[in-house]
Design a protein. Structure first.
Lengths: 298, 173
């Protein structure tokens, strides 16, 4: 057992005092982070410290993946090659049609003097790991500030919208998936153009349309695409499909559960949309009463 | 049955600071491995476990500062609220330092019960913080990691004591 000095020797503050110091520091950090969000520089520093360790921890997995890739059989490669070339042919045909349609669309839009839709530019990225936080749905990807990623950008996979970049570190960034409880996507029903806001539920594979009146025209199987009115998600990307509509007359709103179209929890190759659509400037905010009410929701 | 009791007065060599640092970094690496699916759900918090071990074993060498800084790193790596793990690990360090004499008097199996209780306390602290910040309860699987961590305790004790065992002296054969 370790020798403990008699109390008249200097041993620094007692454990309780130290606990009070460190826990009040932590609580101060927590409050600043949740309420004000001033801690980005501090986070960047800690991220730079932890980055080499993250890389080391991910190395065994990367090596294992490379070894597994090395031992692919020829037949599976040939099968994949065939599949890809058929896919390429079909998409080439679609692309030709698309180009024609785009030209036509541009002409028509010029006729009605509508603003041009911006071409979306994307960065390909790979998911490194899912954030080890049971309270949220987040993943960490291998592109960061250095590659031009910025917080707020939308993230897609080959089928639809996956989420949004919420924090950017120098070499990594953190995506919040659309299934996260605090994540919202403005959508439009493809069938009838109804707009709504899709929110995550916190469980994989379920999204919810909240505050939709009972008589709103949503049916099972309706496809929801991004409406683009938020200026974050480019318009027209598939997001979800209505899976279950429950109308209970005892409640004010219909309960509409949707299923994400993209492989939100399963995909490892993702695209970050970097070209933001240009929005008209915000209207000047009116001067309200000097002390506005706290409008923050938990 | 083999005697699982750790002799309370087993004489061990002093711990090298390098060894403590190495185990802490190793624990951080274990936490940073890309866990997913069920493994992620029941994964114990290795950093908490190792911090607790050193707080009990050498309470005057490893303490609040190490626990707090490791907590901040975990917060960044996991993208959680800044200070969440730091607070939880500080409380864990406090519990370890205050209880270190008591825990060391017990046999290994009884120690495990202490460890499980302390790890559960840490998870409850994190749960409370997240509840205050507006998150929902993630289900009781959330507590599984604490029990797995407790189960790993004897293994960790055996492993971490190995370098401190004095080598048998060949002249005393």
């Amino acid at each position: 057992m370790e020798h403990q000095p008699p109390p008249f020797f200097k041993t620094g503050p007692t454990p309780l005092a130290r606990l009070l110091i460190f826990s009040s520091l932590s609580i101060a950090l927590l409050v600043t982070d949740t309420l004000f969000g001033y801690l980005t520089p501090l986070r960047q520093v800690a991220a730079a410290v932890v980055y080499p360790l993250q890389r080391i921890a991910l190395a065994p997995v990367a090596i294992a993946r490379r070894i597994a890739e090395f031992f692919v059989t020829q037949s599976s490669l040939r099968g994949e090659n065939e599949r890809l070339s058929t896919e390429r042919l079909t998409s080439a045909a679609q692309l030709q049609q698309l180009q024609a349609l785009q030209l036509e669309n541009a002409q028509l839009r010029e006729l009605i003097e509508a603003r041009k839709r911006l071409d979306v530019k994307v960065i390909a990225t790979e998911v490194l790991y899912a954030a080890r936080d049971p309270f949220s749905r987040k993943v960490i990807v291998d592109k960061g500030l250095q590659d031009g990623v910025q917080a707020g950008q939308a993230v897609l996979d080959d089928r639809g919208v996956v989420g949004q970049v919420t924090r950017v570190y120098p070499w990594l960034s953190e995506l919040t998936l659309i299934t996260d409880k605090g994540q919202f996507v403005p959508v439009q029903n493809q069938r009838n153009g109804l707009r709504a806001v899709l929110s995550g539920t916190g469980s994989d594979g379920a999204l919810e349309l909240r505050f939709i009146p009972l008589n709103a025209d949503f049916q099972n199987g309706d496809r929801l695409t991004t409406s683009g009115i938020d200026g974050v998600y480019p318009p027209g990307l598939p997001v979800a499909e209505v899976a279950n509509v429950e109308r209970n007359a005892a409640q004010l709103f219909a309960k509409i559960i949707c299923k994400p179209v993209a492989g939100v929890a399963s995909r490892t190759q993702l695209l970050i949309v970097v070209g933001q659509p240009e929005l008209p400037p915000r209207p000047v905010e009116e001067q309200k009463s000097p002390r506005p009410k706290r409008g923050r929701k938990g | 049955m083999a005697d699982t009791r750790v002799t309370p007065h087993e004489i061990l060599l002093p711990v090298k600071p390098g060894f403590i640092a190495a185990t802490l970094v190793a624990a951080l690496l274990m936490n940073l491995l890309p866990w997913s699916g069920y493994a992620l759900a029941i994964k114990p918090d290795f950093v908490a476990l190792v911090v607790l071990y050193w707080c009990i074993e050498t309470p005057r060498r490893v303490g609040f500062l190490a626990a707090w800084l490791l907590g901040l790193l975990m917060d960044v790596a996991d993208g959680t609220l800044f200070g969440q793990h730091a607070l939880a690990y500080s409380l864990l360090a406090y519990a370890g330092i205050v209880l270190h004499r008591r825990v060391r008097m017990f046999a290994l199996t009884a120690q495990v019960l202490h460890i499980i209780a302390l790890l559960l306390m840490t998870s409850v602290v994190v749960l409370t913080i997240r509840a205050l910040a507006g998150s929902e309860f993630p289900g009781f699987v959330y507590f599984a990691g604490s029990f797995i961590g407790g189960a790993l305790w004897p293994l960790m004790v055996a492993l971490f004591r190995m370098p401190q065992r004095p080598q048998p002296d060949p002249d005393h054969a």
